[in-house]
Design a protein around this ligand. Structure first.
Ligand SMILES: Cc1ncc(COP(=O)(O)O)c(C=O)c1O
Length: 392
């Protein structure tokens, strides 16, 4: 394969020498299980970086959501509010506990949970006498939600917030890092995230009690006893010492990765910002997004082609792109969940496309993506695909 048609991926892992060094240290120490010095060090380094009191390294971000809700007392028959425009993991965790997600649409200025709709739904629930047990607020594509009004509203009704900062490590809101706004915050270190451990997550909080309990529950809720004794149901959710070593190496370069992601976003904006029918995900003035993924909106009436046809044109050039998250209210599995709003997330989904945003991308790679998008405007739409008959 030549350099010219090398596949450009959406957000592949970016490892360099340091992860290998730390991984080999963990290997050589024979600590390859779910406890060990790399896990401890990774947790401490995350606390130092974010300025948060406590952290528990976990097998995934989803595990963090599950444990977080469990510790907030969510159970059968409860309702939990959740950002509608998100990855399914945010809402799945609610269902794990037998609770019902109530979905809140995004606002256009941030694409995150709309505080005005949150206020309306809280008010309606208050009038019915059934307030939610918790609210999951997602920091979408690396941009913090608008926490001032959100925390004020939730505080008014005394409802805890679980911050799903899976995509937003390194982003800030009025100078404070994502992950620090709710009772707890969680991050994902899934392979496509800004830092990765291949798979993993972290639950953080200033309340030691939450994190102590998260560690306990994530190690099968084993009582302090020489034999295996259990008085509660536990989970096998801890992060391996080997993977924590990877995470430590990645974390050392977080600031650099944020700047690289932002630079890639800047290149795209400069090249495509004036193109009719193309808009970028806005960056709210209250914070700094980590620009985990660069996301554009394609308006077919102005651009001449719709989002799906642009995605296929990129694919034909060996460039990976993806429609933005399909909102939860449009997911068959969450059919029937209550939704406040829904028009904004639905519209963003129809028009939104995530562009390659890996930190290893060169300017040449970004140019290739830009050219492929530009040429969509001038080429006729591919039309329906030819039907190939399958011989019977
Ligand atoms: C918004 C959001 N929440 C939760 C998760 C779940 O994290 P994980 O894949 O580590 O379980 C992800 C990503 O994967 C995500 O994007």
């Amino acid at each position: 394969m030549t350099q010219a048609n090398r596949r450009i991926y959406l957000s592949p892992p970016h490892l360099d020498g340091r992860e290998r060094e730390l991984l080999l240290q963990a290997y050589d120490s024979n600590w390859i299980t779910t406890l060990g010095p790399q896990v401890d060090a990774f947790e401490q380094e995350m606390c130092r970086k974010l300025g948060v009191g406590h952290a528990a390294a976990l097998a995934s971000g989803t595990a963090g959501l599950h444990l977080g809700l469990l510790m907030l007392g969510v159970g059968q028959g409860d309702e939990v509010f959740c950002s509608d425009l998100t990855f399914a993991a945010s809402a799945n965790a609610i269902a794990y506990l037998g609770a019902a997600p109530v979905l809140i649409d995004s606002d256009r200025a941030t694409w995150n949970m709309d505080p005005a709709l949150l206020a309306e739904e809280l008010d309606a629930c208050d009038k019915k006498g059934k307030l939610p047990r918790a609210v999951i607020v997602v920091d979408l594509y690396g941009q913090c939600a608008d926490y001032e009004p959100i925390m004020e509203l939730c505080g008014k009704y005394d409802i805890p917030v679980l911050e799903d900062a899976a995509e937003a490590l390194g982003a800030t809101y009025h100078g404070t890092f994502a992950g620090k706004f709710g009772a707890m915050g969680l991050f994902s270190f899934n392979g496509n995230k800004i830092i990765t451990t291949s798979g993993g997550g972290m639950l953080v909080s200033d309340r030691e009690e939450y994190i102590r309990r998260a560690r306990f529950l994530s190690t099968q809720a084993r009582d302090a006893s020489p034999h295996y004794q259990h008085s509660q149901i536990g989970y096998n959710y801890r992060l391996s010492n080997l993977l924590a070593a990877l995470g430590r190496g990645q974390l050392e370069r977080l600031d650099e990765k944020v700047e690289m992601k932002r630079a890639i976003n800047g290149f795209y904006r400069k090249a495509l910002g004036e193109t009719p029918g193309i808009d970028f995900m806005p960056e709210a003035s209250y914070g700094k997004s980590n620009r985990w993924l660069t996301v554009i909106l394609i308006t077919p009436e102005e651009f001449g082609r719709d989002r799906e046809s642009v995605r296929l044109a990129l694919e034909a050039e060996n460039i990976e792109s993806r429609p933005i998250w399909k909102p939860m209210h449009l997911q068959p599995v969450f059919e029937g969940c209550r939704i406040r709003g829904g028009d904004v997330s639905g519209d963003l989904f129809r028009r939104g496309l995530c562009l390659p945003s890996g930190t290893q991308m060169t300017e040449g790679d970004v140019d290739r993506v830009v050219e492929a998008i530009r040429s969509c405007r001038t080429q006729p739409s591919p039309g329906p695909r030819p039907q190939h008959r399958v011989p019977i």
